[in-house]
Design a protein around this ligand. Structure first.
Ligand SMILES: CC(C)(COP(=O)(O)OP(=O)(O)OC[C@H]1O[C@@H](n2cnc3c(N)ncnc32)[C@H](O)[C@@H]1OP(=O)(O)O)[C@@H](O)C(=O)NCCC(=O)NCCS
Length: 146
């Protein structure tokens, strides 16, 4: 894993195009949907954590500030061939460390129900009943930073 770099970018950086494509391939195409049909204006306010391998964006995680203490994590995606190799954990951990240093105390996210186990492995708890988002069941999960 020492050939993987974690970096932060915004929607103004050149890497954003690759982030858009990764989200499209991993989070939308399998559902028969496209980001092209969505309002992405929120992206401009977000910090985007990316995982890079040989200059390629292979993972992303977007952070949207809800308040001075609460951060929403969204658009967690790892390129299919890289899944199950610790990239998601790397991105989540890097983001948690950065926001803890900035004074955030709580992370919330909308988790696809089928991947709750990923977030549970990272210390997140389910705090809602199931609801539908992008046509599939989700739950709210939260983590209070130590
Ligand atoms: C879910 C996803 C982000 C996880 O990233 P990843 O890089 O594959 O996960 P990691 O290899 O870092 O796994 C970290 C831990 O979570 C566990 N885990 C990963 N995916 C899991 C899953 N789908 N269900 C249960 N546990 C899972 C791993 O076993 C690992 O646990 P361990 O360290 O105790 O062995 C990635 O598989 C993905 O992009 N999936 C498709 C898109 C998606 O569903 N995104 C989330 C939307 S809410």
């Amino acid at each position: 894993m020492n050939d993987i770099t974690i970096a932060t970018v915004t929607s103004k950086d050149p890497e954003y195009k690759a982030v858009w494509q990764l989200r499209e391939d991993v989070l939308r195409k399998p559902l028969g949907m496209s980001l092209a049909n969505e309002d992405l204006s929120m992206d401009a306010e977000d910090t985007i954590f990316i995982a890079l391998h040989d200059g390629q964006v292979i993972g992303c995680l977007m952070l949207h500030s809800i308040s001075d203490t609460v951060m929403k994590f969204r658009q967690m995606a790892v390129s299919e061939v890289w899944q199950g190799k610790g990239i998601g954990r790397l991105l989540m951990t890097a983001a948690e460390q950065q926001i803890a240093a900035k004074g955030y105390t709580t992370i919330m996210l909308h988790a696809r129900q089928i991947v709750c186990g990923f977030y549970e492995a990272l210390g997140y708890d389910i705090t809602s009943s199931a609801f539908t988002e992008v046509g599939i069941p989700h739950v709210i999960m939260k983590k209070v930073l130590a």
